[in-house]
Design a protein around this ligand. Structure first.
Ligand code: SF4
Length: 322
């Protein structure tokens, strides 16, 4: 079974009004781990965060020594960055409604428009999809890395396979296991995950070769920054990151497990538009891509807020003085 189809169906099933979901996000500090799915539970300050922007606030801007009070010269804010990088980060932070920027005597100054609400997210759950456990690939290393690093509060393996005792024995004890049917959207919890220590030192596997592994300790502050980066990316990216097939056979609401996905009526399954679609496909019938408003769908089906009112007010204000 193809992982892409499995992943979209799982995201569609998990999406609800209590969490945020995103796909394919970097979940590392020094390494290169990419998590299949990240589920974010909101914290007490979620509304304040959602009111700033529906996108990602640049982590470098959040981590910078800029407060909501006095404006600071940009070169003092990012002293170790090249001038073009400083301006790029500031531009993105202004665009996100997090910084304000002004010129004084030819220099650019920035200040925060609003306090960053640190407690906007609570738990982060990492989900690794492996529909077919007989083709595990790097599964063991990936899950061991996740568990020993501890960026996620919980780590879960999702599979369509029958899970045997031998499979379980190869997984770290802390990993939860779900069995998921991407056709029906049915999900069975075979094993609950154990909560990980996200505020203690972690050990990150950087490189693994037969017989040896390079690991690096990660301190709690670095983990905290990496978690916030992950949460910000999840907020801005979401999981419907695909382009719609330019084909009449695409029916965005045809899949039982997930709405607004590239379901193909010809193949009777969710397809990967990049790999499956095009003139080489026997069912291909050219048409304009579906005009689904995925942001409206995400807004209505999750806690994410599209185009928040605070941002609209700021844009109106900017227009007035533009
Ligand atoms: S191109 Fe093929 S796979 Fe893609 S939607 Fe059309 S029939 Fe389905």
């Amino acid at each position: 079974m193809r992982e892409y189809r499995f992943e979209l169906a799982l995201c569609g099933t998990l999406e609800d009004g209590e969490r945020l979901l995103a796909r394919q996000l970097g979940a590392h500090v020094h390494g290169r781990r990419i998590a299949d799915v990240v589920a974010l539970d909101p914290g007490p300050e979620f509304e304040q965060r959602a009111a700033i922007t529906d996108g990602t606030i640049p982590p470098a801007a959040i981590e910078s020594p800029v407060g909501p009070g006095q404006a600071r010269p940009l070169r003092d804010v990012f002293p170790d960055r090249r001038p073009d990088e400083r301006h790029r980060i500031a531009d993105r932070a202004v665009e996100a409604g997090f910084f304000e920027s002004e010129r004084r005597h030819g220099d650019r100054y920035v200040r925060q428009v609003t306090r960053y609400p640190d407690a906007w997210f609570d738990r982060l759950v990492g989900i690794e999809n492996k529909p077919d456990l007989d083709r595990p690939g790097d599964l063991q290393t990936q899950l061991r890395t996740d568990v020993s690093l501890g960026l996620f509060d919980e780590v879960i393996l999702a599979t369509a396979s029958h899970v045997t005792g031998a499979h379980r024995n190869r997984l770290p004890e802390e990993v939860g296991i779900w069995r998921f049917d991407p056709d029906t959207g049915e999900r069975e919890v075979l094993k609950e995950p154990t909560s990980l220590s996200t505020d203690e030192w972690g050990l990150e596997v950087i490189e693994r070769e037969p017989g040896q592994a390079a690991v690096q300790p990660v301190d709690p502050a670095a983990k905290s920054r990496a978690r916030r980066r992950l949460a910000e990316r999840a907020h801005g990216k979401g999981w419907r990151t695909f382009a719609w097939p330019a084909c009449t056979r695409c029916d965005p609401d045809g899949a039982e497990a997930a709405p607004a996905v590239p379901y193909c009526a010809y193949h009777d399954r969710i397809v990967n538009p990049v790999e499956d679609c095009g003139e080489a496909c026997p069912g291909h019938e050219p048409a304009d891509p579906s005009a689904v408003d995925v942001e409206a769908v995400r807004d209505s089906r999750s806690i994410w807020v599209h185009d928040p009112a605070g941002r609209q007010r700021r844009q109106v204000g900017l227009d007035r003085f533009g």
